[in-house]
Design a protein around this ligand. Structure first.
Ligand code: NDP
Length: 452
């Protein structure tokens, strides 16, 4: 009989925490999970899932335009009922919350509602009630951060954007990362006039430069007012809305100002410092390769560790943790070759190194690149272009980076990510027969490298 109430106590029922808990229970561990908000965490409630539903809603207008301009349809311009759509979306999210509860219950994981904090290496308190556990897992995720500027109280973040009472007609988006470009596309598609402000010379730092410049061109072509080297100095509330005042005193007015300037690990109020869990300068929990913190019985996975902040990565870290702690198979989560997509319009899909990284890492790099008009637009007159790019280490012939800007980039790159993970060479890409006519076939028919 164990001297603890549980073998594992998980703080946070997001994607990572739920998977680690269920899988640990599957190995026979007695598991409890505490959550103070909604089951499923950011991804299910205020992130990936509702965001993708908003992307679908926003793409309809462009699809109708394609149908009318090129495909013989006569469709009257319709209107979008924001409240109706948000209610539909909320019903689906509530259903998913129920699915998560069911998954935990079926796995025999005890669900505890409330704010949990760590009292000592084997004790946790949830709203004053004490529990003990042999292992504690922190999977509390992250939280949007807004810089400290005058008028900050007039901003919203991704925590509010999914529940706006009305669809804003004029939107300013601040930031140049995933969330900023995704919401610029969403609000533009839904008919708002959108201005995006990014503090640096080119947004999406960390992505391949051809993808970054290509998306900027596409967004501007669509009519999004994209401004680089622009950052609000202060925000002022007026009768008609909110004004963002830039450093050069340019004044931009909107109904809504969305800040998507990054997220911080959610480590406050957990009692971590008091028990000796080391945090880095950003407040993330420092962990070893097995996700163990500086306290032997305390582990951490997902955004709270600020490694690769993506849902599937948190899930992979959760599974590795369950194997390590309860499955007698010490497993390090693999952070190499992780593909990602940005659901901008057009979308981005990426796996492996950017061109800049490849040139730094390898002596000789062959770059294969293609720009083309998607077949669908041959009838619409749209100037939209798709970009695809392969980076090859000339010495080993291995494909070390693959990038796409274009429709369904996420769907396409997921498949190619398997090939890169398997170490595919350019010769293997060349030996693969394409599927015609698709955009994806371009990746296996790129024959001539771009001149050095
Ligand atoms: P990101 O880290 O992607 O981007 C933050 C952006 O805000 C950057 O452009 C950054 O600029 C800018 N920024 C940071 N601080 C300031 C500041 N003080 N003033 C002005 N600008 C600032 O964060 P997001 O908020 O877009 O997304 C959070 C995380 O959520 C992402 O890292 C990603 O992991 C995840 N996510 C993933 C998605 C997906 O997989 N499709 C979708 C949405 C989110 P700079 O580059 O100059 O530092």
């Amino acid at each position: 009989m164990s001297r603890y109430d549980f073998d594992l106590f998980t703080l946070g029922a997001g994607s990572g925490g739920v998977r680690a808990s269920r899988m640990s229970a599957g190995y026979g561990a007695r598991v409890a999970i505490a959550e103070e908000r909604l089951l499923g965490g950011t991804c299910v409630n205020l992130g990936c899932i509702p965001k993708k539903l908003l992307v679908y809603a926003s793409q309809v207008r462009a699809e109708v335009e394609v149908a009318v301009k090129g495909y013989g349809w006569a469709i009257e311009p319709g209107c979008h009922d924001w409240a109706n759509f948000i209610a539909n979306k909320d019903r689906e999210i509530a259903r998913l919350n129920g699915v998560y509860a069911g998954l935990l219950d079926d796995a025999g994981v005890a669900r505890i509602e409330g704010h949990a904090s760590i009292v000592d290496p084997h004790s946790v308190e949830v709203d004053g009630k004490p529990y003990t556990a042999e292992h504690i897992l922190v999977a509390t995720g992250s939280w949007p951060q807004v810089p400290d500027l005058p008028g900050r109280e007039h901003t919203i973040t991704s925590n509010q954007v999914f529940h706006l009472a009305e669809m804003p007609r004029r939107v300013i988006i601040v930031g140049g990362g995933y969330i900023a470009v995704e919401f610029a596309g969403i609000f533009h598609g839904l008919g708002a006039s959108v201005t995006q402000l990014y503090r640096g010379p080119l947004f999406l730092r960390g992505f391949d430069d051809d993808v970054r410049t290509g998306l900027a061109q596409e967004m501007r072509r669509q009519g999004i007012d994209l401004r680089f080297d622009a950052d609000p100095a202060r925000l002022e509330k007026t009768e008609d809305g909110i004004v963002a005042v830039l450093a050069d005193e340019t004044r931009l007015e909107a109904d809504c100002i969305l800040y998507s300037t990054g997220r911080r690990p959610l480590t406050g109020g957990l009692g971590l410092a008091a028990v000796g869990v080391e945090l880095d300068e950003k407040g993330a929990i420092v962990v070893d390769e097995f996700s163990r913190s500086t306290v032997e019985s305390i582990w951490a996975i997902g955004d709270v560790t600020d490694r690769i902040n993506l849902t599937p990565m948190a899930i992979a870290e959760g599974m590795a943790l369950a194997r390590t702690v309860f499955g007698q198979q010490p497993t390090k989560p693999d952070h190499d070759g992780v593909p990602s997509a940005v659901f901008s319009q057009p979308a981005i899909g990426s796996v492996g190194l950017t061109e800049a990284q490849a040139r730094e890492q390898y002596a000789e790099v062959d770059v294969y690149r293609s720009h083309f008009r998607p077949l669908k637009h041959t009838l619409t007159g749209s100037g939209e272009r798709t970009m695809m790019k392969l980076l090859v280490d000339r010495r080993s012939d291995r494909v070390v980076g693959l990038h796409m800007l274009g429709p369904e980039a996420g769907e396409i790159v997921q498949g190619f990510a398997v090939a890169l993970k398997a170490g595919a060479t350019k010769a293997i890409f060349d030996a693969t027969v394409g599927i015609h006519p698709t955009a994806a076939e371009e990746f296996v028919t790129l024959r001539e490298p771009v001149a050095d």
